[in-house]
Design a protein around this ligand. Sequence first.
Ligand code: SF4
Ligand code: SF4
Length: 281
Amino acid sequence: MLTGTIFDIKEFAVFDGPGMRQTVFFKGCPLRCSWCHNPEGLCMQPQLMVSHASCTDCGRCRAVCQHETCIACGACVAVCPLRLRKIAGEAVSSEELVRRIRKNASYYARYGGGVTFSGGEPFMQHAFLLEVLKQIPDLHRAIETSGFCDQAVFEEVVRHLDYVMMDLKIFDEEKHLRYTGVSNQKILENARQLCSSDTPFVIRIPVIPGVNDNEENYRATAEFLQGAKALQKVELLPYHKTAGAKYSMLGMEYQPDFDPEAAVQTSAKLFAEYGIACEVL
Ligand code: SF4
Ligand code: SF4
């Protein structure tokens, strides 16, 4: 039995696939998008998060800490009277995760939903993910992914999914590399595979001011997707200025390499020209 690392299970999710769902957040991501709003999903290891705003400097956390450098042991979490501390990241066996998913599964099924695997990037822990998926074939199983993984892995995991939500962040390879830290070649290969499959899928574009919110990018994406039989829609997700809120909780600095104050340009109409439904969320 495999063990994975997750950092949250969100209940009653309504934007993570059809119906009402529970969303499991996997830790670890190979991309480094500077607009990421889930920085606790980036590294695989558990991390301490501290909300400094209302700290009274009572010193209880410092008194119990036995380590010069934080090892995310969690000892200080229990002693904070204001509950300002938490550990993001928990090791769970596939059996335990399935047990937690199944606990409320019939409720979500009644509302046309199921379970969604998100992150971080769930494909970073693909063997664990697969082991979980194989134990819940009766549930509606969806994924939110960057699509960055080897083609054989992608194909195998998608065989055990009912719905895929995948990002196509930037169509131009050089720009993709510059803004996310990786080439988009594997992502496009996997998207091509989805375009010829029968698995219902949604393409999501996080709309980042001055980075990908231009006609050239939208048109290249629309041309690529045109005619995909199981494509449900394209969703444009405009950048939110609050994206950097969690960085200071992790002791990280939020450093967007674009102008976060600039207005984003969306173009739902352009996708309609290609016969593709498009929503701006
Ligand atoms: S989690 Fe808290 S107690 Fe544990 S090492 Fe980090 S700061 Fe110290
Ligand atoms: S225990 Fe909580 S309130 Fe007290 S210093 Fe630590 S973080 Fe601040």
